[in-house]
Design a protein around this ligand. Sequence first.
Ligand SMILES: [Zn+2]
Length: 184
Amino acid sequence: MVTLRINSPLLADFIREKAGEEGYNVVRVLSACSRGCTDEELSAETGIKVNVLRATLNRLHYSGIIRYSKEKAQTSNWYTYTWFLEKSRIIELLKERYEEELSSLKEKLKYEQDYVFFKCKNGCERLPFELALEYDFKCPQCGAVMLQEDNKAEIKSIKQRIKEIESFLKEISGKRNKRVKKAV
Ligand SMILES: [Zn+2]
């Protein structure tokens, strides 16, 4: 059984992409109540006004992150909604989201490693060597001299992101190695 770490930065980013900071606050509260929460409880716990909360709940529901059950009040036609986290769906969505980013990062990394880039000092678009050569190493946008770019920092940051995502994907697949306590 995989447990979602609600504080995990990649999980938080994903929820924020779908439903903003309010959405993340709602998800945090829901993760702590297995019996589900009503609108009123969520509003009280998150401090989000009921009308904003409803829009946030709709966005989360539309994305498949939460589900509800509704119950009709005995004395009126009002329904009470109780909201729950869709944990297994969230895991599926996280996998989709981050596997996609991972594959585009890997392509990007290969591109960065396979080509040498040239750029001018004015921040115009950089060009791979073959193209810069065609322009005689003069920037086609501003005419300034183009020099070889050092993309080591770029490569390093792509590799770090790849590592971060891979370890997150392992974690949500339940494949992460249990930490072994070091004997002192
Ligand atoms: Zn330029």
